[in-house]
Structures are given as C-alpha cells and as structure tokens.
Design a protein around this ligand. Structure first.
Ligand SMILES: Cc1cc2nc3c(=O)[nH]c(=O)nc-3n(C[C@H](O)[C@H](O)[C@H](O)COP(=O)(O)O)c2cc1C
Ligand code: SF4
Length: 475
C-alpha cells in the first residue's frame, strides 16, 4: 500500500492553512434554490464532501447576475445569509471553502435588464454558437465594481479565499487571450493591456475583502486554441498574477471549444499534470494540478515528484465524497473511482445550447445532489434477501441492503461479478469500467454480502430456500 504522507501534509495558501493537499475543483451543479440562494440541497452536497475529508472546497458562485441558478449568486447582499450557513457547516469538519467567481459568456445588463452574450470583442463564440457583444469600457468598470462587492460579501459570509477563473475560455480568459481580444483600447493589444481587467478585479477584491485575502487564479496553461496562449505565454501570465498578490495557481487545460479532448475516458489519468509542473517552475506560490486525477496513489505520486503542491479533484469527489477519508484510513480499495464518463457534464453543458439546465447527477453515485434523500437507515426488520444478477445494479442493491442490516446473498450465473460492465470495459480506453467493477465488488464484500458465483437461481431453489425478498437484477 502506498504511503500517502504527502497527500495528508498541511499547507498554507496565503494565510489560510489547509489540513491536506486535496482541493475540490469548481463544479456547477444546478443545486441552488430557484432564487439563486444557497439552500439545503446545495449545502448538503458541499457538507458531504467536507465530511469526506477534503482540505478545500472551491465552488462556483455568480459575482454578477447571469440569470442562472446553476450556481448560487453573490451579486447581492440577500445571498449572504445562505452562504454564511454553508461556510459554518463546512468549517465544522475542518474543511476550508472558497467561492469561484464564475463569469461565463453572458450577463443580465443592469442598465436595461436584458440578457446578453458578452466578451472583450465581437468574435464568434463556438461554444455558444453566437457572436457576443463587446463590453464597453464603462461596462468593464461596472463589472470591476461588482467583483469587488462580491469580494466583500465573500468575506462577510465567512469564506476562506476566492478563486478567479481565468481559463477554459470564460469571460476573463477571453480578455487575456489574443485569439478573442481584438480591442484597440487599454483592455486590448499588449499582454499588459489584455490582463488589465482581471488585474483590476484582483486589486478591487484586495481592497474590499482585505489585502491579505487569498485569491487563487485558475489558468488554462495551454489553451489549445488557434492563436491562443501556449504554455510559454501562460508562464508570463502566472508571473504577473503572482506579482499582483495572487496566492495560488490552479492549473487547467484547454477551452470548452478546443479540439483537444480534456476530460473524457480516453484521456489518460493525469494527462495534464505536466502543465502544473511547468507552471510551478516559474512561481513561488502553491500550484494545483488537475484533470483526470482519480486515485490517491496518483495524487501522492504527483506530490512526491514535486510536480504540484495541491491536487485538484473534481469528478472524483462527485463520484465518491469519502475519497480523502478512505485514502487516509487505508480503505482506498473502497473508493468508487470516477470513470470519466462525463455524464455529469451533459445536463449542464447542454444548457449552453438549449438554456434549460438540469441538475448534475453522477452515473455511479446516485446520492450526488440527493444526500438528504438517499440516506442508509437501519431496516426495522432484517430480512433474508436474494439478489439475482451480479452486475452493477445487483451489486449496488446488495451493498445497500446489507448496509441496512439485511442478510443478503448475491447470485451470479457467471464466474465473476460485473455483468455487462465486463464486456463494456473491453474496448480500448474503457478500462476505467474495470476499476468500477473492482471497487463495487470490494464494497459488496466489505458490506458483508454472501457472494455465490457460477450459481443460477431457479424457481425451485427459491421455493426451497424461502428468502423474504428476491430482487431480480438481471439487466
Ligand atoms: C458537472 C461539472 C461542472 C463543472 N463546473 C465548473 C465550473 O463552474 N467552473 C470551473 O472552473 N470548472 C467547472 N468544471 C470543471 C471541473 O472543475 C474540472 O476542471 C473538470 O471536471 C476536470 O477535473 P476532474 O477530472 O478532476 O473532474 C465542472 C465539471 C463538471 C463535471
Ligand atoms: S458522472 Fe461519470 S464522469 Fe461524472 S463524476 Fe460520475 S463517474 Fe465521474
């Protein structure tokens, strides 16, 4: 078993100490209340991850009105009470929490109340399939004010830091990148000018939240866009950010619409860690490595090799909020490893096309976003339960029934557990499915389920053995 000493070493981001090196990456969920406030569903989702042991949770909030409840808002004082309840609840588990000031491709124009697509320049946006309007200088100044006010609310709500997203092709990235910024005023042209808007925001947040308030910047170190920033350009960007007082760099890769696959199953685990490694060479502040890191062993290896200071986990914590605690307690084999199917992204990304976002869900963790609904309660009467079929459905039914205290026998006609997943994992690049079989089988065994392989269930056998319940999980 790999020793995970680096993964569980504390670290400081500015003046904030994190208890370990695991950072939950920003994940827009669609779990806020319809009015954009933080309610129980959103809070339960975060608290479950705090309970699971992660060091820092970064979660997106809107710093200005984007007419969406995919993420909660921080663009009005009415958002502070819900956010305060959230930070208190997360802090109870020793986890720190930071809002990501998500500014995507659109806003509600405060001047006239209309919903508009915005950018530095009127350059066609392939992600949303439209040409946005170029923000005026006055509108940029108004946004700087809004980010500053959101910074003040962040501090008042008890958050520990702020993440500013400067990557993946979001609004501020489009200012920084030459491929989408054609401006000829002080916000376009040279790198210094293209960075003016984010730097003004950083300065304003420092003034309104405090000079010492930690700001983490998320940067796409390689944009993989024609005419966009390369790693060498990004090295200059992060050096400027460090000089501006930014306390950590969260390294991501690409843009939503770039031609390079970023997060799907065929992308090798840790494929973009090299970007963090390169960024780390030019700054003296903590660097987060991210994308397709889904095992504690890989996370530890990245830290041991000095390629990054912190490990970003996005979907790994959607799939299994207990990832950190299981790793710490030597129960890594029980981690429900994210298979990178990216179904969790589907509902949210289709919102860019249809403008009807549905809440995120996870293919392998039905409790994601339903933490309060799907609790495992002890059964009032323990029953003898037969489960017919050892595929993912049968294994999950067996695990839950056993955890509730039932006496469970899982029958599988074949010689191994896994069902159709055993076939699904065979094509190239589908090996993550094999990991899912392994982790589900381990969980079933540890839950105390009796497993009968090469065993067919017949009506005669059921009549003879008289179980209380038979669950058919034959697919
Ligand atoms: C459902 C979902 C929503 C996301 N929302 C955001 C977001 O609001 N801001 C952001 O910077 N990244 C967002 N991401 C990207 C993640 O932060 C992360 O970069 C990506 O999932 C790759 O990391 P992973 O392989 O550890 O999941 C989202 C990802 C998912 C799956
Ligand atoms: S839906 Fe798929 S990609 Fe998303 S967290 Fe779950 S397993 Fe991972």
């Amino acid at each position: 078993m790999t020793q995970l000493t680096h993964l569980f070493a504390p670290i400081k981001v500015g003046n904030v100490e994190l208890k370990n090196r695991m950072v939950m990456l920003a994940i827009g969920t669609g779990y806020p209340e319809p009015d954009g406030t933080v309610g129980d569903r959103f809070s339960n989702f975060c608290v479950e991850r705090a309970k699971g042991g992660v060091g820092l949770i970064i979660t997106p909030f809107a710093p200005f009105d984007m007419a969406t409840s995919i993420v909660p808002g921080l663009f009005d004082d009415r958002f502070i009470p819900g956010a305060r309840r959230l930070t208190d609840a997360v802090h109870a588990y020793g986890t720190k929490i930071a809002p990501q000031f998500l500014g995507q491709y659109f806003w509600v124009n405060k001047e006239n109340g209309s919903f508009e697509f915005i950018a530095p320049s009127a350059v066609f946006n392939k992600m949303i399939g439209t040409t946005p309007k170029a923000l005026t200088v006055e509108e940029i100044h108004r946004l700087v004010d809004e980010y500053g006010e959101a910074g003040r609310r962040t501090r008042e709500a008890g958050f520990d830091a702020i993440e500013l997203p400067l990557g993946i092709g979001y609004l501020l990235n489009r200012f920084i990148s030459p491929c989408t910024n054609n401006r000829t005023d002080e916000y376009g042209g040279s790198l210094e000018n293209r960075m003016r808007f984010p730097l003004e925001i950083i300065d304003r947040i420092h003034r309104q939240a405090g000079e010492d308030y930690p700001i983490i910047c998320r940067v796409s170190a390689e944009e993989y866009m024609e005419g966009g920033h390369t790693l060498e350009d990004s090295k200059k960007v992060v050096s400027i950010l460090e000089s501006a007082g930014v306390q950590a760099i969260d390294v991501e890769a690409g843009w939503h619409e770039c031609p390079v696959p970023l997060v799907v199953m065929s992308v090798p685990r840790g494929a973009f860690v090299y970007l963090a490694e390169e960024i780390k060479k030019v700054v003296n502040i903590p660097v987060v490595a991210a994308y397709r890191i889904n095992t504690p062993e890989l996370a530890e290896e990245i830290l041991v090799q000095g390629k990054a200071d912190l490990i970003g986990l996005g979907r790994a914590l959607l799939a299994d909020p207990e990832f950190p605690n299981k790793a710490k307690e030597g129960r890594g084999d029980e981690i429900r490893t994210c298979i990178a199917c990216s179904n969790c992204l589907d509902n949210l990304l289709t919102a860019y096309k249809s403008w009807k976002a549905l809440p995120a869900f996870c293919s392998i963790n039905p409790r994601a976003g339903k933490e309060a609904e799907y609790t495992i309660e002890p059964a009032k009467v323990a029953k003898r339960v037969f489960i017919v079929g050892g595929g993912p459905g049968g294994m999950e039914a067996a695990r839950i029934a056993a955890l509730r205290g039932h006496q469970v026998t899982l029958y599988e006609k074949g010689e191994e557990l896994g069902g159709q997943l055993r076939v699904a994992c065979l094509p190239p690049y589908k090996d993550e499915l094999n990991c899912l079989i392994k982790s589900m089988a381990t969980q079933v065994k540890k839950a105390g389920v009796e497993i009968r392989l090469n065993a067919e269930v017949t009506p005669e056998m059921v009549e003879k053995k008289e179980p209380d319940v038979v669950i058919l999980a034959t697919g």
